[in-house]
Design a protein around this ligand. Structure first.
Ligand code: GDP
Ligand code: IMO
Ligand code: MG
Length: 425
């Protein structure tokens, strides 16, 4: 009998920080493998349970389940120092955590000089900076596509040190073009130690492993990082990250054919946030934006920066649903909006004076004016609710409105950061 299964994908539909970490953790009991397919330590995925909070950057969010294997796929970029720090903090509570982590030999390495180049490039851009997390993501993916990168598998080669020197020296030449002070020695020493430790992890040919597991009938969930509007092709370029954050990224970042993709779970906040620069049509620069930021504790999990907050943007959401082939929606942080009397939803844009319902080429403030509908707020605490029929009618209407406007069902509603504050509809 052919038991072959498909890979499900969970990914963000906005500008990241939708709550992917929390939901992957909740869903892990239904999967035997969780696999990250792109991004790197620019991600910060938060999980809360039993009164504790954990933030993961490189390690997949299935790591707290003793029976799940966690794969760091070929599409991911790894900083050995950050990886080691993450692993050490996990080992405090679970000495066996590393046994459940498999790393693709084809994943690229973030060098200390990649981080310096990221910082130097942002510094040189001044007010036009991307607002990068400064983790070296852009320069590492540039070296990957430029065919200069170093991969995890290279750590096993006898001439790794020489390869490292060649790339580092190339970076130092590039850094010479910037007026950017730096010191490298200490970081480099630390990096080498952590790279040595990374080499001792379970390194695998992950695409082969994934195919083997699919043939055996294992259920696999691919975990996205960032969000669709930060995708290198489909995001608000150039204010994006340097990887494919959309569903196609799961194919290239794990080596799965498109016809092996099963469900595509698209996750979004009941409002919008963005951290870093770039257009954000529904951004609230007033007290309401400030209230949402405070109530939703909207500060970056990786950088601590305040996140920009705004109303839910339906043209952007529909666009993300389309680009990803989303089969079901997951709505997060609905509890945060309980403080508001009335809730705005952007239903369309006025683009250069004409009403459009799709996402145009550019969504800069001078070109786009959001058109809003306001729905009554529910003004009730949702955080202790455990099932759908306990929701206030006004909140059910909010769910209904979004489902009708997008044509996709919401399968999970999250009403708080804890694992338990999750309602399956
Ligand atoms: P990710 O990058 O998509 O995993 O999301 P982050 O972890 O960066 O940001 C989501 C933040 O919202 C984290 O602090 C979570 O603990 C928190 N969170 C997740 N779901 C909910 C929810 O339903 N309500 C509230 N109030 N907080 C939530
Ligand atoms: P998670 O996985 C939110 C943003 C940065 C910046 C832009 C480019 O936690 O949702 P980069 O460091 O990738 O070169 O930064 O992308 N960004 C994120 N914003 N959540 C993330 O990840 C992000 N990763 C990158 O703020 O605007
Ligand atoms: Mg995050």
């Amino acid at each position: 009998m052919n038991k072959a299964t498909n890979v499900d994908i969970l990914l963000g539909l906005q500008w990241g920080d939708e709550g992917k970490g929390k939901i992957v953790d909740v869903l892990t009991k239904g999967y035997s493998i969780i696999a990250r397919f792109q991004g790197g330590p620019n991600a910060g995925h938060t999980l809360e349970f039993e009164g504790r909070k954990h933030v993961l950057h490189t390690i997949p969010s299935g790591i707290f389940h003793p029976d799940a294997i966690n794969i760091v796929g070929n599409g991911v970029v790894i900083d050995p120092i950050i990886f080691q720090r993450e692993l050490d903090s996990l080992k405090n509570t679970d000495p066996d955590a590393s046994k459940r982590i498999l790393i693709s030999r084809k994943a690229h390495l973030i060098l200390p000089t990649h981080r310096l180049l990221d910082a130097a490039s942002e510094h040189a851009k001044g007010k036009d900076k991307i607002g990068s997390t400064l983790k070296g993501i852009g320069p590492t993916y540039m070296d990957k596509t430029g065919r200069n990168g170093l991969r995890v598998g290279d750590l096993e080669l006898s001439d790794f040190q020489e390869r490292y020197q060649v790339l580092r020296d190339k970076h130092l030449k590039l850094l010479g073009d910037y007026t950017f002070p730096f010191s490298l020695e200490e970081e480099e020493e630390k990096w080498m130690k952590c790279a040595e430790a990374l080499k001792e992890m379970q390194l695998i040919d992950s695409e082969h492993y994934v195919h083997q597991k699919l043939k055996e009938g294992s259920a696999i969930l691919a975990e996205g990082a960032q969000g669709s509007l930060l995708d290198i092709d489909f995001g608000t370029y150039p204010f994006v990250t340097s990887s494919t954050t959309t569903a196609a990224g799961a194919c290239t970042g794990l080596g799965i054919a498109p016809n092996r993709i099963g469900r595509v779970l698209g996750i979004f906040k009941a409002y919008c946030t963005r951290v870093g620069s770039g257009p954000f049509p529904t951004e609230l620069l007033d007290d309401v934006g400030e209230e949402i930021r405070k109530e939703g504790r909207e500060f970056g999990s990786t950088t601590g920066r305040p996140r920009r907050c705004g109303w839910l943007d339906l043209p952007a959401l529909r666009y993300a649903i389309e680009v990803n082939g989303v089969t079901e929606l997951i709505m997060m942080k609905s509890d945060v909006l309980s403080i508001l009397d009335s809730i705005g939803i952007c239903t369309a844009y006025k683009y250069q004076g004409v009403e459009v319902s799709h996402l145009p080429y550019r969504i800069d403030p001078e070109l786009v004016e959001p058109i809003y509908t306001f729905l009554p707020g529910w003004k009730e605490d949702l955080t202790k609710i455990t099932e759908y029929n306990q929701f206030p009618e006004t909140f059910k209407n909010y769910i209904d409105y979004i489902e009708k406007a997008t044509g996709v069902k919401i399968s999970i509603v999250s009403v708080g950061p804890d694992r338990k504050q999750t309602i399956h509809l």
